[in-house]
Design a protein. Structure first.
Lengths: 356, 257, 399
């Protein structure tokens, strides 16, 4: 059976390393040669397309004359791609909100900062971000949620989906584990139903069915409806993940809490949930990651997240031929965000495992 | 056992602190406890022994309602154990339990492990709870570890903390479910010493254990259980030297070698 | 409730009864009743709102629309369909399209995922790194973006049929899709199909016979090699018997498009490629984890007993690895089926897309969304059922 190659950290790429990692037997040698040939064939043309013959920030007409990539589509349209329909002169507001968000995310990565004060910071930050986006105070004109689009919409849908979905998910799994048949059935039905259907069907439900549920005259705008659908969706997956955490709790913990005289809500709040939720932090980050990728689906119900704004840019005949460049840029953007989240989750898992 | 302990001198006619009357328990069809009758006097120390599966752990877990009995009565300190939540909570405040696997809360410090009960169940103010906790930690000779976490302690240390945790609730009765069975041999003595100290101070104790030395020197009564029934009970001297039933004799021969 | 025993116990004392507001069982009942009433109340509120709104907007209810004429064409279909057929027919076409892309997708995903998963563990540094890079890349880019990308390649990068790319003779790539030659329809094909089925049956029978013989006499029967020979030669034999027909249905350029051969639409191709490449990355990780879950000691012990590599693989490694692989694998394949619903974004007529058109035309959103959810729930629940049965059957027996 093949096992991963071990790279000795000291030798670097020497003849010995080459021999043991690339040419150690006949079929590996063959594979190496084939791969090197493929790289030789594919990489230089890509390189010249992407970097040598390309234009980086020019008007659309200039791009027609070149052989290479027209990266200009990005800088020329960046305001719309990033912020969508947010009024141009107010775009510093979502920009600042994003900046604050990223700052707090980086701050939260350090486990030494995981104290009660972190919750407070996040709560304050969310309120500040909401105010920045909505406006209405401090002389900032109001911008309705219908105009929130682009990157802020993507981040917001994922973030609130997770933040609001988590408590709902925890309640669901506590209900599922309860011994009351009615509650248990309701929760199980909800969880299995939501997990069994594609997110797109829930988004459809939110965009065409929710309006029918509301009394006449009451409307919720589309963004909020989609947000509700994402929250409901995420909650079901969180419930499953936390269920794993609860199942990993030794029974003795429940018994010790009971024998001390703690009642149900006390033992859950003080003893069981703090431990169970800590166990499931890595898979929870995985769910946040999925939520982030899934926000792209709102394209289908015509909400303007960053994928849709890009598509709209491409529908402009000036830029229509450069979809490859646009999609590659978006792919890079998503990749950077998602890869950092997943490698952080892996690191976290390792740290939590080796810690006490 | 180096210490000798004064045996209980309470009058057997005193009101018993625990009374179990004609108690039965089933797991589904399996009759795990049958016709248990037991009266425990205050300050009395009872050791229960028996082969695994005999129901001895189940018996003491019924006393603090970690298990439910289906028939008969269990009365602890005047309160009858029923489905009534208020009664259950009352009983649990008066009965402390020490588990085989310690069951300390790993995410709380030692001090917090001890104060969580008094603060949230007895509604003790935090400072007072901490003072009580430190006092009991001193008593079990582990005060210097107060700020550490359970994962940093050895098994013997953890079990002593577990005993202190129960004591912080000022129980009238302490139940011990094989407290030393999960410990490495060199740590058993430190835990038994703490239990002996407790006994000397007059705590009512029911101990499920295989430590026959402890039984001989500390117990007022030794009970042998097999297949869900109390087969034999006697004072330690007569129990070990003169077992009446064949099953008791068999068990003693196996355990004492 | 525990059952009462049949032996009589004298002076039986039943534990005292608590006042009902402190009895946990009674409290539980009250709590549940309150919860159910709340749910019922909310449901009723939503229901009456919906009734009012439907009436106001003159939207019909019920499923009678299924019999009405659909009035729209569908881009591609496994069965015959025209705009004059009913909505029920249209939905069936959609369902079949979903099944088509899902099953073909699952087939290729498992193969590609297994290959990449094994490659990830290769001793060749280049191969391992490239496999790892693929996995990281594909997992971290949303699938919808990948679908758009593939679709754009077909529509923008591929030329019109007149200037179609032709990597091999008889195969053409253009913006109408992938067009390739297939053998001309001939009676021999059906017979060859049956021959293949016969080969399966005979191969299975020989395998069982070989197992019994091995139990009796210890002689090993080369089931796998015999099976491969059977699968190859029996259909070939039938082909010869029918006169070795070699007629091909070759696509030829006719005006602006190809005639003949088989055309795989860009929508289908893009969806298939997107689904396969995305899901294979997750499958690769699962396969890798499954293989790595086998402790080195297992392989060493098997080899120490004298088993050769093939036997080690099939007797020791695969059974254990599969136990670890199959549960998350079915979960991922289920995700593939659910993700196929994104077809609507690139114009492939799957079930969701057709239901969406139906909703747009009839206005009956509730029935439409309910149908979508029912169909996918059917897939999920049957998969869960299969998973539970599989888990029970293969669970390691432990103390």
């Amino acid at each position: 059976m093949n096992i991963s190659p071990h790279l000795s950290p000291r030798s670097g790429i020497s003849a010995g390393w080459l021999r043991s990692n690339l040419f150690n037997n006949w079929y590996n040698s063959l594979l190496t040669i084939i791969i090197l040939l493929l790289i030789w064939q594919l990489v230089p043309p890509f390189f010249s397309w992407a970097f040598i013959n390309s234009l980086w920030n020019s008007p659309a007409v200039d791009c027609r004359d070149i052989d290479g990539a027209c990266w200009s589509i990005i800088p020329q349209n960046i305001d719309f791609i990033f912020f969508g329909f947010f009024p141009e002169d107010q775009q510093w507001r979502p920009g600042l909100a994003m900046f604050l968000l990223l700052g707090l995310v980086f701050y939260s990565k350090d486990r030494n900062h995981w104290k009660k004060s972190l919750f407070v910071y996040w709560a304050i930050n969310l309120v500040v971000m909401g105010t920045l986006m909505y406006g209405g105070v401090f002389g900032m004109p109001v911008v309705e949620t219908a105009q929130w689009s682009g990157l802020p919409l993507t981040f917001m849908l994922a973030l609130f989906g997770m933040v609001a979905g988590y408590p709902v998910g925890v309640l669901l799994v506590l209900g599922r584990k309860s011994r009351m048949p009615a509650i248990k059935t309701l929760c199980v039905v909800y969880i299995e139903m939501i997990r069994g259907v594609p997110l797109i069907s829930l988004l459809f439900m939110s965009s065409v069915m929710f309006p029918l549920f509301l009394p006449e005259g009451v409307t919720f705008d589309k963004v909020l409806r989609a947000q509700a659908a994402i929250i409901l969706f995420t909650a079901a997956y969180i419930a499953e993940v936390v269920r794993g955490g609860l199942q990993a709790m030794p029974r003795g913990q429940f018994e010790a809490a009971d024998s001390l005289g703690l009642n149900y809500s006390q033992s859950m709040r003080l003893i069981i949930l703090p431990q169970a939720l800590k166990i499931v932090i890595p898979p929870s980050v995985g769910i946040l990651l999925s939520a982030f990728k899934d926000t792209s689906l709102v394209v289908i119900i015509a909400l303007y997240d960053v994928l849709k704004t890009t598509k709209v840019t491409l529908s402009n005949p000036k830029w229509a031929n450069y979809s490859t460049e646009a999609y590659l840029f978006l792919a890079l953007l998503y990749f950077v965000c998602c890869y950092s989240m997943s490698s952080y989750s892996r690191k976290l898992e390792k740290d939590l495992h080796t810690g006490h | 056992m180096n210490k000798t302990v004064n045996k209980t001198t309470s009058d057997p006619v005193d009101k018993p602190i625990i009374e179990i009357i004609k108690m039965h328990k089933w797991y589904g069809d399996f009759h795990v406890l049958s016709d248990i009758n037991l009266k425990v006097q205050p300050k009395e120390r009872i050791v229960i022994c028996g082969p695994s599966g005999s129901g001895k752990s189940t018996l003491i877990r019924c006393i603090n309602r970690l298990e439910e009995h289906q028939r008969g009565q269990i009365i602890v300190n005047g309160t009858e154990l029923t489905n009534d939540i208020k009664n259950i909570e009352k009983v649990r405040m008066e009965v402390g339990m020490v588990f085989q696997h310690f069951n300390l809360f790993p995410h709380l410090s030692i001090l917090e492990n001890l104060t969580v009960g008094p603060i949230w169940v007895r509604k003790t103010p935090k400072k007072e709870a901490e003072e009580i906790a430190m006092m009991y930690l001193e008593k079990v000779h582990i005060a210097e570890q107060a700020k550490k976490f359970p994962g940093q302690l050895s098994g013997g240390q953890q079990q002593r903390v577990a005993i202190a945790r129960s004591l912080c609730m000022h129980p009238q009765v302490m139940l011990f479910d094989e407290p030393t069975s999960a410990l490495d041999p060199e740590m058993i003595k430190e835990v038994l010493d703490v239990m002996i100290d407790l006994a000397e101070e007059g705590m009512t104790m029911i101990v499920v254990t295989h430590e026959m030395g402890f039984a001989k020197s500390v117990a007022d009564r030794v009970m042998f259980m097999d297949e869900g029934q109390i087969v034999e009970e006697n004072n330690p001297h007569d129990f070990f030297d003169n077992p009446q039933h064949d099953r008791t004799k068999l068990f003693l021969s196996q355990i004492l070698g | 409730m525990n059952r009462e025993p049949s032996i009589t116990i004298d002076a039986e004392l039943v534990p005292g009864v608590a006042p009902f507001w402190r009895d946990p069982e009674k409290r539980a009942i009250v709590f549940q009743v309150v919860a159910l009433i709340l749910v019922a109340f909310i449901s009723y509120y939503l229901y009456s709102n919906t009734q009012a709104n439907l009436e106001r907007q003159s939207i019909a209810t019920g499923f009678s629309f299924l019999d009405k004429e659909a009035g729209f064409e569908i881009g591609e279909s496994v069965v015959d369909y025209s705009a004059a057929d009913s909505y029920a027919d249209a939905l069936l076409v959609g369902a079949l399209n979903t099944i088509k892309v899902s099953f073909i997708g699952i087939f290729f995903t498992v193969i590609l995922g297994a290959v990449i998963g094994v490659a990830r563990l290769s001793t060749n540094w280049l191969v391992a790194k490239i496999a790892g890079g693929y996995i990281e890349l594909m997992q971290n880019i949303p699938i919808l973006l990948q679908l758009f990308f593939w679709y754009a390649i077909f529509y923008e990068s591929f030329p019109s049929p007149r200037e179609a790319l032709s990597p091999f003779s008889g195969v053409f790539l253009c913006n109408r899709g992938l067009v390739f030659a297939v053998p001309e329809a001939h009676a021999a094909h059906a017979a060859m199909g049956w021959a293949f089925v016969a080969a399966l049956v005979i191969g299975w029978g020989l395998h069982r016979w070989g197992q019994r013989r091995q139990a009796r006499t210890g002689q090993i029967f080369p089931s796998v090699r015999v099976a491969i020979v059977l699968y190859l030669t029996l259909p070939l034999l039938v082909w010869f018997i029918y006169g070795a027909p070699t007629g091909m249905n070759i696509p030829t350029l006719n005006g602006f498009n190809f005639k003949g051969g088989v055309t795989v639409s860009p929508e289908f191709s893009a969806l298939l490629l997107g689904l396969v490449f995305y899901t294979a990355a997750f499958v690769a990780e699962i396969v890798r984890a499954g293989i790595q879950s086998i402790g080195r000691g297992q392989i060493e012990a098997a080899k120490a007993v004298g088993l050769n590599t093939g036997q080690v693989l099939h007797l020791v490694i695969l059974p254990q690895a599969l136990r670890v692989i199959i549960p998350p694998l079915t979960s991922q394949l289920l995700n593939l089926i659910k993700n196929s619903s994104l077809a609507i974004a690139i114009g492939y007529s799957d079930f969701v897309a057709i239901t969406n058109t139906t909703i747009n035309q009839t206005g009956q959103a509730i029935e439409g969304v309910a149908l979508i959810m029912l169909v996918y729930l059917f897939f999920s629940l049957s998969t869960s059922l299969f998973m539970n049965i599989y888990n029970k059957k293969t669970a390691l027996v432990e103390r």
